[in-house]
Design a protein around this ligand. Structure first.
Ligand code: KG4
Ligand code: ZN
Length: 334
């Protein structure tokens, strides 16, 4: 079955055509994304109103781009999978209305997909992974550990108590005057920095070893920047020290979760999964315990519609279909 995926939960407008043979086994025929970083950069973060207004302009051309690069027409599409939450409600509505419009006009069945389910299953786009597996979802909006037990059966076993890890990267980059989004800039600078030059305390959540907390790290960087030592410290060194703290705070609970669930595979997913040091440290720590880390290619780590098509695909293949009255849900639980 050929599935058209549509994703617009945040600031990326994305569409993909994915061929699904059976649950979780899929070939990506095309995956297109219209990125809005240039629009939001001036504000140092995402402006929801601008995100949705730009989706209105870019989403349909992105859908057309995905269809034409896959070399298919709507007649050949067997199902539509669209993100219905969680996310920015205005952004979600643009994608959902687009999907409903196509479904209404063509009669193609449509299913609403939880964005987090997309991230959890994204590693399956390029790998066969036996379930259950452990997934660390780490993005600008989410930082959580899930046991992926089956399609539709996801058990949350840990999450952040405050900021998401990507949010910490973006806020610290803003404090350091590095622009938006901050993750990639810090990752690149950190490659030339000394990871031990600035002391950044690692936070642990008392009594909850599988949970995360990143707000203290952000405060530690802010305090350091106001201190006397800041002027004598290279940007690269502060970036490397901050990044190392975040990486340590992601790796420890993830390994603890793998031990607790008995998982042999850890899937790393979400925008921060693009971080080179996180990939390196998690893989090394996992290898020490005989575990394997699987991270998608960068284009499937960040928001994309191929993962949404895959996550909607297993339900469409079973004949699942949502009513056209489904609504966007900013806080949709998984
Ligand atoms: O998954 P995503 O595209 O959107 C959300 O659903 O949030 O993730 C975007 C986040 C941003 O916070 C960005 O700074 C972060 O991923 N990010 C990175 C890197 N590339 C993107 N963080 C650390 N290192 C990177 N290389
Ligand atoms: Zn995301």
């Amino acid at each position: 079955m050929l599935i058209l995926g549509i994703e617009s939960s945040c600031d990326d407008a994305a569409a993909a055509v994915v061929e699904t043979v059976r649950a979780g086994v899929a070939t990506v025929r095309a995956s297109a994304v219209a990125n809005q970083d240039d629009i939001h950069r001036a504000y140092g973060g995402i402006v929801p109103e601008l995100a949705s207004r730009n989706h209105v302009i870019t989403l349909l051309p992105v859908v057309q781009r995905a269809l034409s690069s896959a070399g298919v027409s709507l007649d050949e599409i067997g199902g539509i999978a669209v993100t219905r939450g969680p996310g920015l409600v205005g952004s979600l509505l643009v994608g959902l209305m687009c999907a409903k419009g196509i479904a209404q006009a063509t009669g193609i069945p449509m299913v609403g997909v939880n964005h987090i389910e997309g991230h959890l299953l994204a590693p399956l786009l390029e790998n066969e992974i036996a379930m259950p597996y452990l997934a660390l979802v780490v993005s600008g909006g989410h930082t959580a550990l899930f046991s992926v037990e089956d399609y539709g059966r996801y058990r949350k076993i840990g999450s952040t108590r405050d900021d998401a890890a990507g949010e910490a990267f973006d806020k610290v980059a803003k404090l350091m005057g590095l622009g938006y989004p901050g993750g990639k800039v810090i990752d690149d600078l950190a490659k030339h920095g000394n990871r031990r030059s600035v002391r950044i305390p690692r936070a642990r959540v008392k009594g909850a070893p599988l949970d995360f907390s990143f707000s203290g790290v952000k405060t530690a960087v802010a305090t350091f920047l106001r201190s006397h030592d800041a002027r004598a410290t290279r940007t690269e060194d502060l970036a490397a020290s901050f990044q190392e703290a975040i990486v340590d705070m992601l790796v420890a609970p993830t390994l603890a979760a793998a031990r607790e669930t008995g998982a042999s595979v850890i899937a790393l997913t979400g925008g921060v999964a693009a971080n080179s040091r996180l990939r390196e440290c998690l893989a090394a720590a996992a290898a020490d315990e005989g575990l394997k880390v699987i991270a998608p290619s960068l284009g499937y780590c960040t928001d994309n519609a191929a993962m949404i098509a895959l996550a909607g695909g297993w339900r469409l293949l079973q004949g699942g279909c949502d009513d056209l009255t489904i609504d966007a849900a900013a806080n949709l639980p998984l």
